[in-house]
Ligand binder design. Structure first.
Ligand code: FAD
Ligand code: NAD
Length: 327
C-alpha cells in the first residue's frame, strides 16, 4: 500500500530518505523553508563563479555509500577533487598530502543535491512550524503562513536538531533526544581576486584561532572562474563573534587568511560573508535516526551520527529503512 509521506528538510538527509521511500512506491513530498534545496550543501552563484559556502567536499567510507557514489560519478553529479593539501600549525604552513579520496558536487556542490531530487516533489519557501495529529492518526503540517499541508500517514523530520525539536513535540522522547544535541555555528568568507594569488595552496587545515579551513574554490572541478577562495571559521571563534557585523568578520578572517598563506592579499573583486547558526553538531552519536513508529514520526540528519555529508546520507537511509520495516 502506497503511503503519503512528508519529509521536512530537503538537505542531503531528507533527500536520501525521500529517494528510498519513493523507490519503495510511496508518495513522498519534501518541504523546505529555503527557496532552493540542499541545505548545508550550499553554493552561491555570482558573476565571479560558483562558491561552495557550506560543505567543502565529502569522503566516502561506508560500503553502501561508496556503491551509490559510483552511480553519482557516472551521472557526473559528483567528481573527485585532488587539491594540493596543506596544514598550518605552530611550525607554519606545510604540505600535508594524504591518500584520502575527496569528492565534490559538479560543477558546484548543489548540482549534486539538485540531481538527486530529480523526479521528487519539493515544496520550497515553506517553513513548517507544527505537526497536527488528526483523529485517524494522520498528520497535517502547519506552515508559518498558517497554511496546512497533508494529510500524511508518516512524517520524517530532516532538519538540524534545534529546528527539529518543536516539530517533534508530539513525540516527546524524540524531541527530548534532539534537544540534547548542541549545534555549533560557523562563519564563512568567500573571496575572489582578479589575479591568482601567488601560492601553491589549494586547501589547508588550520583548526586554530579564527580559521578552521581554507580552500581554493576555483581548484575544484568545473569551477571555471577567477581565483576564488572560501575561508571557514572555527566553531569557537564563531561563537565568540556570533553577533559581530559582517564587515568586521570579513576583515578578521581576511587578515588571518593572509597570515596563514604568508602573502599580502591584494584587493578583492568579490567578498561575501555567510553565518551558519547550525553548522555542525557538537558531538558524534550513534542513533543513526530516531523513530516513533507508533506515531508515524521519524527524524534524521547529520546530528544523528556526526557532522559529515556521508553521515547525513546514511542517517536518511536509516530513517527510511526503519519506516519501511514498520509499514
Ligand atoms: P541540512 O543540510 O542542514 O538540511 C536541513 C534542511 O532543513 C535545510 O535545507 C533547511 O532549510 C530545512 N529546514 C530547517 N527547518 C525547517 C522547517 N522548519 N521547515 C522546512 N524546512 C526546514 N561535511 C563534510 O562531510 N565535509 C565538509 O567539508 C563539510 N564542510 C562543512 C562546512 C560548513 C560551513 C557547514 C555548515 C557544514 C559542513 N559540513 C561538511 C557538514 C555537512 O554540510 C552536513 O553534515 C550535511 O550537509 C547535513 O545535511 P542534513 O540533511 O543533515 O541537514
Ligand atoms: P577528512 O578525512 O578529509 O578529514 C577528517 C579530519 O582529519 C579533518 O577534520 C582534519 O582535521 C584531519 N585531516 C585529514 N586529512 C588531513 C591532512 N592531509 N592534513 C592534516 N589534517 C588532516 O574528511 P571527513 O572525515 O569527511 O571530514 C569532513 C570535514 O568536514 C572535516 O574537515 C570537518 O571539519 C568538516 N566540517 C566542517 C564543518 C563546518 O561547519 N565548517 C561542519 C561539518 C564538517
Amino acid at each position: 500500500q502506497s503511503l503519503n509521506i512528508a519529509i521536512i528538510g530537503a538537505g542531503l538527509s531528507g533527500i536520501s530518505a525521500a529517494r528510498s521511500l519513493a523507490a519503495a512506491g510511496h508518495a513522498v513530498v519534501l518541504f523546505d523553508k529555503s527557496r532552493g534545496s540542499g541545505g548545508r550543501l550550499s553554493s552561491k552563484r555570482t558573476e565571479f563563479g560558483n562558491f561552495d559556502l557550506g560543505a567543502q567536499y565529502f569522503t566516502a567510507r561506508d560500503h553502501g555509500f561508496r556503491q551509490e557514489l559510483k552511480t553519482w560519478l557516472d551521472a557526473r553529479y559528483v567528481e573527485e577533487w585532488t587539491p594540493n593539501l596543506y596544514q598550518y600549525d605552530q611550525n607554519g604552513l606545510q604540505l600535508s598530502a594524504d591518500n584520502q579520496q575527496r569528492f565534490v558536487g559538479y560543477p558546484r556542490m548543489t548540482a549534486w543535491s539538485r540531481g538527486l531530487l530529480e523526479g521528487l516533489e519539493l515544496v520550497s519557501s515553506t517553513r513548517i512550524e507544527k505537526l497536527q495529529a488528526q483523529d485517524d492518526g494522520q498528520w497535517l503540517l502547519l506552515d508559518d503562513q498558517q497554511q496546512t499541508h497533508g494529510p500524511f500517514a508518516r512524517v520524517v523530520v530532516a532538519t538540524p536538531a534545534p529546528q527539529a525539536v518543536p516539530l517533534l513535540a508530539p513525540a516527546s522522547q524524540l524531541a527530548q533526544a534532539a534537544s540534547q544535541v548542541e549545534m555549533l555555528p560557523g562563519w564563512t568568507l568567500a573571496l575572489s581576486f582578479a589575479e591568482p594569488l601567488d601560492t601553491q595552496v589549494d586547501a589547508c587545515f588550520v583548526r586554530q584561532g579564527p580559521i578552521d579551513w581554507i580552500s581554493r574554490n576555483s581548484s575544484k572541478p568545473g569551477r571555471e572562474q577567477s581565483d576564488s577562495w572560501v575561508i571557514q571559521s572555527t566553531p569557537a571563534w564563531a561563537q565568540e563573534h556570533l553577533d559581530t557585523d559582517k564587515d568586521s568578520i570579513a576583515g578578521s578572517l581576511q587578515a588571518a587568511f593572509s597570515e596563514v598563506l604568508g602573502i599580502k592579499v591584494p584587493a578583492t573583486q568579490f567578498s561575501h560573508v555567510h553565518r551558519w547558526l547550525y553548522a555542525r553538531p557538537g558531538q558524534q552519536c550513534e542513533w543513526g535516526a530516531l523513530a516513533a513508529p507508533e506515531l508515524g514520526l521519524y527524524a534524521c540528519g547529520d546530528w544523528c551520527l556526526g557532522g559529515r555529508v556521508e553521515n547525513a546520507w546514511l542517517s536518511g537511509q536509516q530513517a527510511a529503512r526503519t519506516l519501511l520495516s514498520k509499514p
